[in-house]
Ligand binder design. Structure first.
Ligand code: ZN
Length: 359
């Protein structure tokens, strides 16, 4: 299978090169042991999509966190050297005032793409490792593609080039060439995320008009999971959490819409899956997507834990269990770098999210 050119893949950085050298001399377990003596915390990993990246892929390649083969190696590494927990284990430990086991890790997924079911779930089940999948319930209900990724698709497939984007981004034009269009899409996403959530959606709808015929809003490469898949995953030992109803940035909503996203998604998950939903992850997840009002609303809605997309590890018990930090997993992480980030994130992980477009 041919593989598409990675999106603007940077050359190996300082941290990645160091990880390769440390792994080559077999010193990674030593670093893990040293850290284990100094710190007992919870590390949470965040993937988006796990799938092969084929030529002709017309959605955001930066959302593909790992190939199936790479993901299998990552999960095997965490299973063999760490202690993967369920979110329910965290709740029990917190309620009982107990510490977590050393090397505690939690595996999470954001968004709810159907490749989570097709590629990630069978690997997790085979290796006996649990994971927590955060899904946007409105997309599970409708089967509609995810708006930000749909925007990337619209810009990659727009004809002709040189079309001007709708206001307020009408200073930007659609360039020729895939890489230039990807960069335009990421720039546009960064800028529209300053808008109110409904204005973001209206703007993306307006972009659909610039490419001539509006493409059908269904595509096999950008499908959410359905309830049947989620029920199968729960039966297979996975956990399902909320990522809102419509993947809106919660801090950009008025009170009524905020409660609709938080409470509405929880009610759908509880109803369809017969569970008492324990956790939510904030759509987009950076500092501009949640605030004190959002944290209070999430706690009030009954969520025991909420996860951001800010990088870091969590002391236990956590000071803010509704603003837990995660480590994003990106496609350019080779096995050595992933092992380094797991062993000693203070040395090998980027201090903050590097992508300009967290999702
Ligand atoms: Zn998301």
């Amino acid at each position: 299978m041919s593989v598409a050119t990675p999106p603007a893949a940077p050359p190996p950085g300082r941290r990645q090169r160091l990880a390769r050298r440390v792994a080559a001399v077999g010193a990674m377990p030593l670093l893990q042991t040293a850290r284990r003596l100094l710190r007992r915390d919870l590390r949470v990993y965040a993937w988006h999509r796990v799938r092969p990246l084929e030529d002709g892929f017309t959605f955001d390649p930066s959302l593909v966190s790992a190939s199936p083969e790479g993901f299998r190696e990552q999960v095997r590494h965490l299973r063999d050297r760490y202690r993967p927990l369920r979110c329910a284990d965290l709740a029990e430990a917190l309620a009982g005032g107990r510490p977590l086991p050393r090397d505690a890790v939690l595996l999470t997924f954001d968004d709810g793409y159907d490749d989570n079911f097709r590629f990630a779930f069978p690997i997790l089940r085979e290796l006996g490792v649990p994971a927590l999948f955060f899904v946007a319930t409105g997309h599970i209900d409708s089967g509609e593609p995810f708006a930000y990724d749909w925007l990337v698709h619209l810009l990659l497939t727009a004809t002709p080039s040189a079309a001007r984007l709708p206001a307020p981004l009408d200073d930007l034009q659609v360039p020729p060439g895939r890489q230039a269009r990807l960069e335009l899409a990421w720039q546009a996403l960064d800028r529209i995320k300053a808008l109110a959530a409904t204005d973001q959606e209206a703007w993306i709808d307006a972009v659909a008009g610039i490419g001539g015929a509006t493409p059908a809003r269904m595509h096999p490469d950008c499908r959410p999971m359905d309830w049947h898949m989620l029920r199968s995953m729960r039966a297979g030992g996975m956990e399902i959490g909320s990522h809102g109803v419509s993947h809106r940035m919660l801090a950009k909503l008025d009170d009524a819409a905020l409660l609709g996203e938080i409470r509405g998604s929880r009610a759908r998950l509880d109803e369809e899956l017969g569970q008492d939903t324990l956790a939510i992850s904030y759509p987009v997840g950076g500092d501009d997507s949640f605030d004190a009002r959002v944290l209070a609303a999430v706690e009030d809605a009954g969520y025991g834990f909420a996860f951001t997309y800010n990088n870091g590890s969590n002391r236990w018990p956590p000071a803010r269990r509704h603003a837990l930090l995660r480590q994003s997993v990106e496609a350019d992480m080779d096995a050595a770098w992933f092992a380094g980030i797991a062993a000693l994130p203070e040395l090998f992980a980027h201090p903050s999210v590097q992508r300009t477009y967290p999702a």
